[in-house]
Design a protein around this ligand. Structure first.
Ligand code: G16
Length: 547
């Protein structure tokens, strides 16, 4: 039985000491905090990734170094399991334990316990593929990660600077290579080729849509979108903006999907560029979220968020499934979170089964796997569509009875190739939206009119300790601090169609407050009143109480 390589672990771990007085938490999307504090976390995640691979018989594990929508000084890291999905939940606990061991010896002891309890055969090979986004702190953090690989003997493949969804794709492509489930060529080019050729097949014979403006958040999506644009050629013209990936401080700053969704405004850099009626979309810092928007004839801003994407896409897929003669056999369902606009939930629930789960792609993904075709989108634009293995098999083998059925079936098969089924992917989702818009001859206006959003407001509250906030019922109700939920309920009752909830963020050191009501003024009022309650309850500094 092989043993842990103690000498290498000690020597390298000593180069990456854990900062005293800091606690790290594997949150909504891995570890995420100020990049300058993450050296030891990266080293330890490198070791953990090796152990995860050994545990899974040498299958390739993914490691992505990114803090996605967070401000530029933040960074983060998350692990990707062999099918390209998020790390199994029980291992998140191991990750947190290892990251918080105060010394090298404590770290090694925690490793030994993990190896014993999880019955990891250390003689197995360890394989990892890793990548980073464009943050300035990335290269140094990747070097710490590589020390972790070295310490445990990982055979590591560097996918360099790329988007989070490409890294997820690579993990699945590598692990399925040479099998009957081969997912695609295991390279960024393979990904671009797969997406663009499916898109071209889907829009063949249709009138090309007008060019699409893409706000790249000054992040890694700018590079990927530029490459994709070459592959797409004339099938879809992309006009890229906010592509300054090397300008200090530019990342996610007054641009990108999180800015648009949270502030409900057009990025200032696009104000003089976007013409009324023209389609535009924003990616986030690692290109796994997508928000569309347009200006109407009066120059008013309209946002088409993850909820609107879910409504558009789910309806289209249902239509194709029925068109292919499979309406009785394939059930399409939608997964949302508490942030979904009440109007979107009503629209969808009148037509399809809808499930509500906690925030975080990992929760949505698992819930979507329970449907034959699961459409999941967070309101913030993070989401994708999953086709179960049985459904994929059915689509590939079903014998259509009419030419119309054959066409619909062909479209569904091409959709399974266009959609990145490993994780939410802004570029793949963008192509999916474009396909539906082309088929429906919709502009943003028709798409927007599927249903009318209830006015809503999302507020961040900075409190001394967000961990005192605990939730239940898919994060829709607070169970701690005691009594606060009752106060929120009392407030909400005073607003027509009022709804509000409070939860601690898993990616930022804040508590989030969401509120909706029948008018913009009421939604804002409710959000700020609930934020005030949260602030008072958490014992915040009254000078920073939300106004
Ligand atoms: C990550 C997760 C998303 C989640 C978001 C915000 O997104 O992948 O599922 O909605 O964080 O989470 P929280 O409200 O807990 O901070 P991203 O795009 O930042 O990776």
């Amino acid at each position: 039985m092989a043993e842990l390589p103690l000498e290498a672990l000690r020597k390298l771990s000593d180069l990456h000491p854990k900062p005293a007085n800091l606690h790290f938490q594997y949150g909504t999307a891995g570890f995420r905090t100020l990049g300058s504090t993450m050296d030891s976390v990266m080293f330890r995640v490198g070791v953990l990734a090796g152990l995860r691979s050994k545990k899974l018989d040498g299958k390739t594990i993914g490691v992505m170094v990114t803090a996605s929508h967070n401000p530029e000084p933040d960074n983060g890291v998350k692990l990707v399991d062999p099918r390209g999905e998020m790390l199994e939940a029980s291992w998140e606990v191991h990750a947190t334990t290892l990251a918080n061991a105060p010394t090298t010896e404590a770290f090694i002891e925690a490793l030994s316990t993990l190896v014993k309890n999880a019955k990891i055969d250390l003689s197995k090979p360890a394989r990892v593929v890793y990548a980073r986004d464009t943050r300035p702190s990335g290269p140094a953090l990747v070097a710490a990660l590589e020390d972790g690989f070295k310490a445990i003997g990982v055979s590591a493949r560097n996918a360099e600077v790329t988007t989070t969804p490409v890294l997820h794709y690579l993990v699945k492509a590598i692990n399925t290579k040479g099998t009957k489930d081969e997912y695609g060529e295991d390279s960024e080019e393979g990904y671009m080729e797969k997406l663009s050729s499916a898109f071209k097949k889907l829009v063949a014979g249709k009138v090309s849509p007008p060019p699409l403006i893409v706000d790249c958040a000054n992040g890694v999506g700018a590079r990927a979108a530029a490459k994709l644009s070459d592959y797409l050629g004339d099938s879809l013209k992309l006009i890229l903006h906010n592509t300054a990936t090397t300008t200090p401080g530019a990342l996610n700053n007054a641009c990108g999907a999180d800015f648009v969704k949270t502030s409900q405004k057009i990025p200032p850099s696009l104000v003089s560029i976007l013409k009324p009626g023209q389609r535009a979309c924003s990616l986030d810092g690692d290109a796994d979220r997508l928000i569309y928007f347009y200006l109407d004839d009066r120059g008013l801003f309209h946002m088409l968020d993850g909820d609107k994407i879910a409504a558009l896409v789910a309806a289209f897929i249902v239509e194709l499934v029925k068109g292919a003669g499979l309406g009785e056999e394939i059930q399409v369902g939608v997964v949302q979170t508490a942030y979904a606009n009440g109007a979107s939930t009503k629209y969808l629930a009148d037509r399809l089964p809808v499930t509500c789960v906690s925030t975080g792609v990992k929760h949505l993904h698992h819930a979507a796997e329970r449907y034959d075709i699961g459409v999941y989108f967070e309101a913030n634009g993070h989401g994708t569509v999953l086709f179960s293995p049985e459904t994929t098999e059915k689509l590939n083998t079903h014998q259509p009875s009419t030419p119309a059925q054959s066409t619909a079936l062909g479209h569904l098969v091409n959709l399974t190739r266009l959609i990145n089924q490993t994780v939410g992917d802004a570029l793949s989702d963008m192509l999916l939206v474009e396909v539906v818009l082309v088929y429906k001859s919709y502009s943003g206006i028709e798409w927007d009119s599927l249903y009318h959003d209830l006015p809503n407001r999302l507020v961040k509250v900075v409190v001394p300790d967000r961990n005192i906030f605990k939730t239940e019922d898919a994060e829709r109700r607070l169970i701690s601090p005691p009594g606060l939920q009752q106060k929120i309920d009392e407030l909400v009752r005073r607003y027509e169609f009022g709804r509000a909830f409070v939860r601690p963020s898993g990616t930022e050191d804040v508590v989030r407050v969401y509120a909706e009501a029948t008018s913009r003024a009421q939604a804002d009022d409710l959000a700020y009143r609930v934020a005030g309650l949260v602030y008072d309850e958490a014992g915040g500094d009254t000078s920073r109480r939300p106004a």
